[in-house]
Design a protein around this ligand. Structure first.
Ligand code: AMP
Length: 285
């Protein structure tokens, strides 16, 4: 695996490869890698000639300074995992390579409705930060394929919208890959490392609550099923930010369930001081 820290070196290297007709796949990450990240690498390996990953803990997407400071860093282990998985290029930029003018001179993106709901409502500025880093990374890497995890469902929508806004939709195709889970259903996440071992057994609450919604949704009002799902989360010690059902396409938040639409249940809640998010497709999962 080649490790590159400079944006211009990476762009130059990749344009050489593309001139040879090689197809590139890109997996951006913030490190503290787990099997979920590696599954994205594996998706790319199946389709692309060159698999590029990046590790950059993007300060502008943290609306909570403490969350940023506590974000796990496991770089040596990450490098070993990526190498073992068969990733060919790792982009490891220092902050100046991503924000050459400093983080206070960033572009503001029009996120529209998608920026106002769910994570957008609970984490002000978060998606601006996501778009800032993704715009820069996309322009440096210019991948043929971009691999994102369904785990961050709304982020997938925001980044797809960004790619359209940047006019890159013919250049970069987005692939949304399934969420990898622990055996008890907890979605794998870098933040899971911060959950205390003594309470870890209750961290399956989000998965159980989402599964409950999926299995018990009936046409009509969703009030009862929401109340039951909320009770599951309460009993497991979760402090809920949101628990919603939305149209899987445009993320319109729905109060009543009607057949004929593909729906997704999305949730965010704090467990043992760790904020977790998860989602589940209700019709095709
Ligand atoms: P992060 O390092 O958390 O920014 O995540 C980098 C990429 O990995 C994003 O596209 C995430 O959606 C994806 N990802 C994170 N967790 C999982 C998971 N459990 N399964 C599949 N993909 C994931």
């Amino acid at each position: 695996m080649i490790l590159i820290k400079s944006a211009s070196t990476l762009s130059l290297y990749l344009s050489d490869q593309k001139n040879k007709g090689l197809i590139t796949g890109f997996i951006p990450t913030m490190g503290a890698l787990h099997e979920g990240h590696i599954s994205l690498i594996n998706h790319s390996l199946q389709r692309d000639d060159i698999v590029i990953s990046s590790i950059f803990i993007n300060p502008t997407q943290f609306n909570d300074e403490k969350d940023f400071r506590q974000y796990p860093v496991t770089l040596n282990q990450d490098i070993l995992l990526l190498e073992k998985a068969g990733c060919q290029v790792l982009f490891l930029p220092p902050i100046e390579e991503i924000y050459p003018d400093g983080i206070s001179y960033n572009t503001h993106f029009e996120l529209g409705y998608l920026g106002t709901i769910l994570e957008g409502a609970y984490r002000p500025g978060h998606f601006q930060g996501v778009c800032q880093v993704m715009e820069r990374l996309l322009k440096i890497v210019m991948p043929d394929h971009l691999y994102l995890g369904q785990k961050d469902y709304q982020q997938c929508k925001i980044i797809t919208q960004l790619i359209n806004q940047l006019g890159l939709e013919d250049k970069t195709k987005v692939h949304i890959c399934p969420t990898l889970r622990e055996p008890d259903g907890l979605a794998m996440s870098s933040r899971n490392r911060r959950i205390n071992k003594e309470v870890r057994k209750n961290a399956d609450g989000l998965y159980i609550a989402l599964t409950h919604i999926k299995n018990n949704l009936k046409p009509g009002s969703m009030k009862t099923v929401f109340n039951e799902a909320r009770s599951i989360l309460d009993a497991k010690g979760f402090d809920i930010d949101y628990l919603s059902v939305a149209d899987a396409g445009d993320l319109e938040i729905l109060k009543d369930f009607r057949d004929g639409r593909i729906l997704v249940a999305l949730a965010a809640a704090t467990f043992n001081e760790v904020r977790l998010i998860d989602n589940m497709l209700l019709s095709t999962d």
